[in-house]
Design a protein around this ligand. Structure first.
Ligand code: ADP
Ligand code: MG
Length: 480
């Protein structure tokens, strides 16, 4: 891309609220049921039905608003957004137009080089999801599944503050992190619990006015979000540099072809004939209710990250990684509670645990090594029962399901560290005697050879010798 264009991105993120039932009916909002088994008369829009708002949506939306420092709309009203689509049996979507529940606020994102940037949130409003059109199993026809119709959503709209695909992905990840920390949503993107619409435009560097944007709809992974934006940037650059104009339109991203394609030309607000929803009364949210939500909010990701750094003494980078996901942070803290050594716990969790989870593609909630077990391994290093090296073998044994008891495994495999100098001295002496040349070099100042001797002793003892003790013994024997 030539250097003269600046990329401008604003995201609309649809977050599915983790409620038991739907937003205006008693149907289950659980994912994955047989089509149309969770669709009541209301979800089917049969005549004469009336919506009743599910009050569980309010604490979740308000917690999100407080989490980004927004104002909470104290009068919560709904509006009808009219459009025709097969998966929308009512012919309108109930949403919030003029009086969204969350107004303003901002989030701080961190980029790969460690710099941070503030992204402003315009608003977040409550609305119902539509059903799903199913094209695959029906020859020449389309099936409609209304299980998803009426699932509660929070639509989070950002200001056009992002300037690259990387910033947009970091923002989406930060929102994902916040809504999962706050239990606003399960955040499962593979099930559509968090979907992004990416608004992308270009303008000449230094220009004030924004260029015409396209909106790529319903992107359901961070990887696709990055790819879709990058594709749009290249495409729009080509159009503009060949003297063309960008058409304001809705597009979709096709992961198989790695391209975006036009879906429909952009509607404007007037196309939707918004009007106040007559079947639902305004809900007044008072200060006491907001205070109650605030009091029940858990520690936020940014607070946790700061605490890992200042109170536990972790590096900035480790604090960021270990607070990045609630499940990971909870695991790490449970581990620290037992072993009382945050640095050691951080190294194990970041290294062996995350390494294993990534390699075997396992979620932390399904980790074969629990936080409790991880802590037990660390405690056995701390109390000198096993060396750090042997601890890796114990970790792997638990990981592979060979044992579920750290102590039993250490005993039955004879892994207890040899810290007894009566046992170690003869071995050290023999190795020094077997390697006279190296001993000579060590004595004449080549102290780097210490590692060689330690290595020999470790080999001899199958890694079970206490490394600190071996060090001390070798030095005293060679110098003695
Ligand atoms: P609409 O209601 O038509 O979708 P909005 O004004 O609410 O339009 O904007 C929707 C999203 O598009 C917001 O996230 C906003 O930041 C973003 N946006 C608006 N204008 C631009 C632009 N020129 N380039 C990129 N993003 C934009
Ligand atoms: Mg929009």
């Amino acid at each position: 891309m030539s250097g003269e264009w600046e990329v401008v991105i604003g995201l609309e993120i649809h977050v599915q609220l983790s409620t038991i039932s739907k937003i205006f009916s008693g149907s289950s909002a659980t994912f994955g049921a047989e089509p149309n088994t969770q669709a009541s008369a209301l979800d089917l829009a049969l005549p004469g039905v009336l919506p009743v708002v599910n009050e569980a949506i309010y604490p979740k939306a308000i917690a999100f608003g407080l989490g980004i420092g927004a104002n909470i709309g104290t009068r919560s009203c709904f509006d009808r957004k009219n459009y025709f689509y097969p998966d929308l049996p009512k012919g309108y979507q109930i949403t919030q137009m003029d009086e969204p529940i969350v107004l303003g606020g901002e989030v701080e994102i961190t980029l790969a080089d460690g710099t941070t940037k503030t992204i402003r949130v315009t608003r977040a409003h409550l609305e119902e999801d539509a059903g799903k059109s199913l094209h695959e199993d029906f020859h020449g026809m389309t099936g409609i599944d209304l299980n998803r119709a009426g699932t509660p959503l929070l639509e989070i709209v950002s200001e056009p503050d992002m300037r690259s695909a990387e910033e947009a992905v970091s923002y989406a990840k930060t929102i994902h992190q916040l809504v999962t920390y706050l239990s606003v949503s399960d955040g499962d993107m593979s099930q559509g619990s968090l979907r992004c619409d990416a608004n992308v435009s270009l303008r000449k560097k230094g220009a004030d006015a924004y260029g015409t944007r396209t909106e790529t709809k319903n992107v359901n992974s961070f990887r696709f979000l990055e790819a879709a934006i990058k594709y749009e940037v290249v495409r729009q650059t080509e159009v503009l540099e060949s003297g063309g104009k960008i058409t304001q339109e809705t597009r979709l991203y096709d992961p198989d072809k790695d391209e975006t394609r036009p879906m429909r030309s952009k509607e404007t607000a007037t196309d939707y004939r918004y009007f106040p929803e007559p079947d639902l009364l305004p809900v007044i949210i008072d200060d006491a209710f907001i205070a109650k939500v605030r009091d029940s909010m858990p520690e936020l990701p940014a607070q946790k990250r700061a605490r890992f750094h200042t109170e536990m003494g972790l590096t900035d980078e480790d604090s960021r990684v270990l607070s990045s996901e609630l499940g990971l942070a909870t695991y790490f803290e449970a581990c620290v509670n037992i072993c009382s050594d945050p640095i050691m716990a951080a190294n194990w969790v970041k290294g062996d645990l995350l390494g294993g989870l990534n390699r075997d593609n396992i979620e932390i909630s399904d980790s074969p090594v629990t936080a409790q077990t991880m802590a037990e391994i660390i405690v056995r290093i701390q109390d000198g029962t096993i060396s750090g090296k042997i601890a890796k073998n114990v970790f792997n044994a638990v990981w592979e399901g060979k044992t579920d008891s750290v102590d039993d495994y250490i005993q039955s495999e004879g892994l207890v560290q040899v810290s007894d100098s009566h046992e170690l001295e003869p071995i050290v002496d023999r190795i020094i005697a077997d390697n006279p040349k190296q001993a000579e070099q060590f004595r004449s100042g080549k102290t780097k050879l210490l590692g060689f001797f330690v290595g020999q002793v470790m080999k001899e003892t199958a890694g079970k010798a206490n490394p600190k003790q071996v060090n001390d013994l070798i030095i005293s024997r060679l110098n003695g």
